[in-house]
Design a protein around this ligand. Sequence first.
Ligand SMILES: NC(=O)c1ccc[n+]([C@@H]2O[C@H](COP(=O)([O-])OP(=O)(O)OC[C@H]3O[C@@H](n4cnc5c(N)ncnc54)[C@H](O)[C@@H]3O)[C@@H](O)[C@H]2O)c1
Length: 424
Amino acid sequence: MKKNNIKICIFGLGYVGIKLAVHFSKKYKTIGFDSNIDRINELKSGYDKNSEVLKKNLINKNLQFTHKNSDLNLYNFFIIAVPTPIKKNKQPDLKNLISATKQIGKIIKKNDIVVFESTVYPGCTEEICIPMLEKISKMKISKDFYCGYSPERINPGDKKRDFSNIIKVTSGCCLYSSNKIDRIYSSVIKAGTYRVDSIKIAEASKVIENTQRDLNIALINEFSIIFNKLNIDTMKVLNAANTKWNFNFFKPGLVGGHCIGVDPYYLAYKSKKINHNPKILLSGRKINEEMPHNVFKRIKSLISSKKYSKKKLDVLILGFTFKENCSDIRNSKVLELIKLFKNPKFKVSCFDPYISKINDKEFKDIKFMNKLTLRNKYDIVILAVSHKYFLNLGFKKIKNFGVKNSIIYDITNSFLEINKLNRL
Ligand SMILES: NC(=O)c1ccc[n+]([C@@H]2O[C@H](COP(=O)([O-])OP(=O)(O)OC[C@H]3O[C@@H](n4cnc5c(N)ncnc54)[C@H](O)[C@@H]3O)[C@@H](O)[C@H]2O)c1
């Protein structure tokens, strides 16, 4: 496969896939495939609902979008970036990955290359995806076609670290494919690539990056629970400890989304399969899963100390995406916190500059506002996500949304002028 013969097909055009499509199309003829026809239509019109890609980058003669398998025959380098969530029982949910793999199995030809980018546990590509491709295509891996794994590290909402300036780990099923895959990725990534010896190493490296972050935050959340009970300011303790050269600084906080709160379960699943119960990993997960309840408990205790006479308290929640400066609400722990306020004692209003409405039936009683206007209204104001929008408003303006003597609670620890018991 010569460089100028490479034609790229990206499967799954979400946060990851659309970035891949745009960047690869700068060098190669590229097509983006998504099973969701609405997504294809919006991208064709030059609109990305996730606000990650500009119109000028979508309307490009080297880049096409389709939901039809029949448009993919020309292509020879497939990249899979479909979602890999967890089921209700926290087990890996591989249905999208399996369905995309089956579709690709039907269209790959001799010498084609398939690279998986979806986050999985170590072994998933070789134990599940490759045998499926071999069976459906009736071809042999490393002889007739090739596979690789290259984990994704994009960080939605982060304008500094974009696809091309993040080092990318690459791998292949054999020396030929690992060289080839690495060369193709390094041709579009300024920061360069880091080639590893096997697909399993690449899979494992991704899953531990997020597991480590999850556990670090869990540890700080546990500190915050202890210090809150001891009436000590957690942020001041962290700032003091951080003056030591080998202290790793993390803030306490809510861990939601589809990566940090999900990937550790993939590793735990594989670990249990080989008869090791990953105790630290799972106890970190438990602490982070319980944080919305913890925040709710703390706010309730602040409410009790106020002795309100009102029957119904007005609550304003600022921000409900799973993290700052992006529009992604998947597994948002703020939404879990909002559910805890679903109680006749509270009237909850929410505002997030990135979201205009939530169609979910579960939130039908909650007022999602399109504009922040009502001042001096709320008994409780909760800063739940540190969007730049709220940081730019500043503490004074946020405080002004509350009535005199209101409770202002800062989950994000953005405003240190707030009393230590009113921060996480
Ligand atoms: N979003 C991130 O920040 C991020 C970062 C690193 C890794 N990842 C990983 O990358 C993968 C993709 O994540 P995402 O956030 O881009 O997901 P996403 O939900 O934003 O988008 C996935 C897209 O895939 C499409 N899709 C689903 N099944 C399909 C199929 N069978 N064929 C074609 N299209 C299909 C969906 O319609 C959707 O448009 C996941 O494994 C995730 O864990 C995500």
